[in-house]
Design a protein around this ligand. Structure first.
Ligand code: GDP
Length: 167
């Protein structure tokens, strides 16, 4: 089934936004994740609408409408750029201030293919995520490692949360 058709049928529709410093790989992560639908138990079609900042973050002016209705947020940094990791708390604050309370946040350490240039230990990412109640994954948009898993995990988690609410 096409992921882009506007009149297709689906059971759930979730908006997921990407945030993080410019250059960490957000556009490439979205590009990698081209298959936007996945089946749950073979009978529930979940459609994800993925929002990329399209460079707005360079001007520190992401409109609050960007976050409106987001069920999930991928908060991205670059494992070879310490500064992008140091800015994570600022991004987290922005998401928390602008998104709905239920918005699930996953911390994403991208560019893991550049391990020899690593400036952020995987334990630092994991520990920040744990302290702040976020999910965590490292990815490479270049060789596609972890990208599908990142989206599937956050969508699954969103789905579980929504399903629980409907019980
Ligand atoms: P954005 O500004 O966060 O959307 O970042 P982009 O997706 O435009 O990526 C910025 C730069 O990083 C580009 O030159 C990409 O080719 C490169 N890049 C993105 N993801 C990866 C990755 O996983 N590994 C490597 N080696 N380069 C990446």
């Amino acid at each position: 089934m096409s992921s882009n058709g506007s009149n297709e049928k689906y059971d759930f529709f979730f908006k997921v936004v990407l945030v993080g410093d410019s250059g960490v790989g957000k556009s490439n992560i979205v590009f990698r994740f081209t298959k936007n639908d996945f089946n749950k138990d073979n009978n529930r079609l979940v459609k994800a609408q993925i929002w990329d900042t399209a460079g707005q973050e360079r001007y520190r002016s992401i409109a609050s409408s960007y976050y409106r209705g987001a069920a999930g947020a991928l908060l991205c940094y670059d494992i070879t750029d310490r500064k992008s990791f140091e800015n994570v708390p600022t991004w987290l604050k922005e998401v928390e201030e602008n998104a709905e309370k239920e918005c699930l946040i996953m911390l994403v350490g991208n560019k893991m293919d550049l391990n020899e240039m690593r400036e952020v230990d995987v334990r630092d990412g994991r520990s920040f995520a744990r302290k702040n109640g976020l999910a965590f994954i490292e990815t490479s948009a270049l060789d596609a490692t972890g990208v599908e898993t990142a989206f599937q995990r956050i969508l699954q988690e969103i789905y579980n949360t929504q399903a629980r609410k409907q019980l």
